[in-house]
Design a binder for this molecule. Structure first.
Ligand SMILES: Cc1ncc(COP(=O)(O)O)c(C=O)c1O
Length: 406
């Protein structure tokens, strides 16, 4: 079991008040809070080690390069990858765009199909829409089954020999449903399709192993897993890297340059043009160390307990309907819901006045909301520092919402 009282003390922001109330932070799917260890690691880099990497021969630059590459090893290892498979990017969005433009644009040809789903976050949909338009590819979209989980029968139907890439989310940021990625990879292999996984919501909350899953690309964001904003990564299988063009071009990603042409650096450096976010990478490595100490199995179990308790207590509120799985199986710590007769924004505002931070709107999953005929939902999402008291505060707030609006 996680010692939540002890964990809370590691997060300075959790001791502050919001609107005169204790901060109850339930917007973790948007971004997580940061422990002291992460904040301090980033400050320490600037205080003692700041220099550009892969360029200078002076000691400070050499040391900064070692620190940056150590961070790469730590972060890749946390997700079951090798250092030379991890490209640092700003966030999952950039990672997925990198896959679209550096791999898919170079490898797919007119008429090829990309299979995704209607559940996806816009970051795992819009890059494929743009790429498909630009390259004459066909974007095929699998549907959602009851309960907000991927419609596997529809997915299986739409996966054909024409499918060259499956772009799928690991865990939905709206319904909390976890997709059976290992099974999807097996199915994709049968038609020789590559698999790109949007792991923005899974890497922070469950043990994810890039190698064991056997996917080709896996993108994630540091800021959702206790790390700083502006750093994330995309793991790319070595064989795929060899098929790829650069994403951005400029300094840091070349081997040799002439006035009219250039050749590219080997390995992941080819995909990291310009000065990287070294302090961010160091902060993310500190976040990974923090999570490793807790143990990802315990993190997941803790969230499962939170979800079970929250689902039970949400059931007390008349007219409230949970969108997505109603059990704790194959789902993570995200619960979206609607309340009869009350707009999601009004719910979020009343909750905020009680110090409870939740998200309201479409959560960057507009097609899913449209398919479910919902204008907006309210979303509570949990992490390691949430406890039953936080769920109770949410429920008290929702009871207040009911009194105000119905
Ligand atoms: C499932 C999913 N994919 C992608 C993203 C995009 O993450 P970022 O904004 O950090 O790029 C998010 C963020 O909410 C997400 O939940």
């Amino acid at each position: 079991m996680l010692d939540v009282n002890k964990i809370k003390k590691d997060f300075p922001i959790l001791s502050r008040k919001v609107n005169g109330k204790r901060l109850v932070y339930l917007d973790n799917a948007a971004t997580s809070q940061k422990p002291k260890a992460v904040i301090e690691a980033e400050v320490e880099f600037y205080r003692r080690h700041n220099a550009n990497v892969h360029r200078g021969l002076h000691s400070l630059s050499e040391a900064a390069t070692v620190i940056y590459e150590e961070a790469r090893k730590t972060v890749a290892g946390f997700i079951g990858g090798e250092a030379d498979e991890l490209v640092f990017v700003r966030n999952a969005t950039e990672g997925l765009n990198l896959v679209a433009w550096a791999w898919a644009a170079a490898s797919l040809k007119r008429g090829d199909e990309i299979l995704t789903s209607v559940i996806e976050h816009h970051s795992n949909l819009i890059p494929w829409q743009r790429l498909s338009r630009a390259k004459g590819l066909k974007l095929v979209v699998a549907g959602v089954a009851e309960n907000g989980v991927l419609d596997m029968a529809d997915f299986a139907n739409k996966l054909t020999r024409k499918t060259k890439l499956v772009a799928i989310g690991h865990m939905s940021n709206t319904t909390g449903a976890i997709n059976p990625v290992a099974k999807i990879v097996k199915m994709a292999k049968r038609v020789r399709a590559r698999v790109a996984v949007d792991a923005a919501q899974s890497v922070p909350h469950l043990k994810v192993n890039f190698k064991d899953l056997g996917v080709d690309f896996l993108a994630f964001s540091g800021h959702k897993m206790l790390g700083p904003m502006g750093i994330g990564g995309v793991l790319i299988k070595k064989e795929r890297q060899e098929e790829m063009e650069p994403f951005l071009t400029g300094g840091g990603m070349i081997s040799e340059v002439w006035p009219q042409r250039a050749t590219w650096a080997a390995g992941v450096e080819k995909f990291e043009a310009g000065t990287p976010n070294v302090a961010g990478a160091v902060g993310l490595a500190a976040a990974v160390e923090y999570l490793t100490k807790l143990g990802m199995a315990r993190v997941y179990e803790h969230e499962k307990k939170m979800v079970a308790y929250a689902l039970k207590r949400l059931g007390e509120i008349e007219g409230l309907r949970v969108i997505g799985p109603k059990t704790t199986e194959s789902r993570g710590g995200v619960i979206s819901f609607v309340m009869e007769g009350v707009h999601a924004h009004d719910i979020a505002q009343v909750l905020s006045s009680e110090g409870v931070a939740v998200r309201s709107g479409h959560h960057c999953t507009m097609p899913l909301h449209k398919r479910l005929k919902l204008a907006a939902t309210t979303r509570a999402s949990f992490y390691i520092y949430n406890d039953k008291k936080d769920v109770d505060a949410l429920i008290d707030g929702l009871k207040k919402v009911k009194n105000v609006f119905t």
